[in-house]
Design a protein around this ligand. Structure first.
Ligand SMILES: C[S@@+](CC[C@H](N)C(=O)[O-])C[C@H]1O[C@@H](n2cnc3c(N)ncnc32)[C@H](O)[C@@H]1O
Length: 443
């Protein structure tokens, strides 16, 4: 394709993180969210910038932690659109890491790929390291043409059509990052779509997005098991309109056989019997049963009345992330790797305030993640608003106040990276209720 044929080129110069690109329209003029059809040749959603920042950081962590071996890393940005994700991997990772990466941007839209490659040619990685290749075609076919260590799927809507082949394409040890924008289905608002696609039900309460992440993980785990692989979640995030899970995938028939041990149910307003079963199954901290928790988890083997509206699942009941991976995602490190430095006579025309705004956006994308690392396996995710209503205790306590109070009792607790004020803890329910009541201001 020659320059004159590329509709809208050269478009508008834009920066995300530390990476320059050209977009067919100015993202600041249309507000957050994806472009509507006809608004520009190439899809770009500024609301996914945090998603892309975390992708850069997770890749760097996995390289440093040796999870991707010692040699070349074959990475696929499977549905690449503007190609900004793969270009950010190469440009923002330190030279030593980028030098190991052979990244492919895959899309079935030739204009998108042409656009992405032109951006790459105009703004190659600052350190000059790493390889970037375009691949035109339907991902469901092309993904199997090459083994990969890293596969990213970021589709319109559900990732399900791409899951089977993406998992099969992974090397013996690899990482899959999977976004889903069909959050109405995954969080239970579109019940029939949820049942049809994911074979699950989700109660539309405050934990619906956590349940949605777990339903997605259960689907990924079952898909991996079909291909004699097992998953280990590294990071699971709900942000505005999308859910995203990043998992380590390893070939192991033995572990694949055990997949159902990591699946189960979440029950709202559980009975004494259900909480006892959860405690016996090691899924709930031992607690006195005269005051009952808002939720508990039960194993897949527990007899469930599928018409019971309190029940969500089947879902992943294991940890939603890996402590080391999450602990690496500090705001300081995010700024060090992805934060842009002020540029004099900036070609994008950014002022010092614009640079500061982007640095704040980068920091915000990982807020609370490293703190939550130590407690990501904990059984309780508690929304403070729900807690106050459940206890009938008036105004909700602050998440950080609850965390301090629970840590003082010797439990683990941290503020959650969740779209509503919340904390995670392994404290017994009685301690949680006591701490919340103690934090009430005197009348
Ligand atoms: C949501 S956009 C991807 C956004 C991108 N990952 C980012 O971070 O900006 C989805 C892209 O998938 C492409 N696409 C849709 N179905 C596809 C398929 N079956 N195979 C390959 N590409 C496909 C579309 O052309 C579009 O560019």
């Amino acid at each position: 394709m020659v320059a004159s044929e590329l509709e809208d080129w050269p478009g508008v110069l834009h920066r995300e993180g530390r990476t320059l690109c050209r977009l067919s329209r100015d993202p600041s003029e249309s507000g957050p969210g994806p472009a509507a059809k006809g608004q520009g040749a190439v899809f770009h959603n500024p609301a996914m910038s945090g998603n892309r920042t975390r992708s850069v950081l997770l890749l760097q962590h996995c390289i440093e932690a040796g999870l991707l071996g010692e040699g070349a890393i074959y990475a696929l940005d499977g549905l690449s659109a503007s190609g900004l994700r793969a270009r950010r991997w190469l440009n923002e990772l330190p030279a030593q890491s980028a030098a190991r990466i052979s990244a492919t941007m895959g899309d079935m839209d030739p204009v998108a790929l042409e656009w992405a490659m032109r951006c790459h040619e105009e703004f190659p990685p600052e350190h000059g390291e790493g390889e970037l290749l375009p691949h035109l075609g339907d991902l469901r076919k092309s993904v199997l043409e090459h083994g990969r260590h890293w596969v990213d799927i970021d589709p319109y809507g559900s990732p399900l059509p791409f899951l089977d082949t993406a998992i099969q394409s992974l090397a013996k040890r690899g990482v899959a990052e999977i976004s889903a924008t069909d959050s109405a289905a995954l969080t239970g608002s579109s019940k029939s779509a949820l049942l049809r696609r994911y074979g699950a039900r989700v109660r539309t309460d405050g934990l619906a997005h956590d349940s949605g992440l777990r339903v997605l993980l259960a689907t990924v785990a079952r898909t991996a098991a079909r291909h004699e692989r097992a998953i280990e979640p590294l990071l699971s995030v709900w942000e505005s309109h999308h859910l995203r899970v990043s998992v380590r995938v390893r070939r192991s028939v033995e572990k694949a056989n055990e997949v159902e041990e990591s699946l189960g149910w979440r029950v709202a307003s559980p009975t004494v019997e259900e909480v006892s079963s959860s405690i016996q199954a090691g899924m709930h901290p031992d607690t006195e049963l005269d005051s009952l928790p808002m939720h508990c988890m039960l194993p897949l083997t527990h007899p469930i009345d599928r018409s019971d509206k309190r029940v969500s699942g089947p879902m992943w009941i294991g940890s939603l992330g890996q402590s080391d991976a999450m602990a690496s995602m500090t705001e300081e490190r995010a700024l060090g790797i992805c934060g842009p430095s002020d540029v004099e006579d900036d070609p994008v025309g950014w002022s010092d305030r614009d640079f500061e705004r982007e640095r704040r956006r980068v920091a915000r994308s990982v807020r609370h993640i490293s703190g939550e690392a130590e407690v990501i396996d904990a059984p309780h995710l508690i929304l403070v608003d729900d807690l106050a209503s459940w206890l009938g205790s008036g105004s909700p306590p602050s998440p950080s106040g609850m965390v301090t109070a629970l840590c003082e009792t010797g439990s683990r607790a941290a503020v959650a990276h969740y779209g509503k004020p919340a904390f995670r803890t392994d404290a017994p329910w009685v301690e949680i209720a006591r701490a919340a009541l103690n934090l009430q201001p005197p009348i």
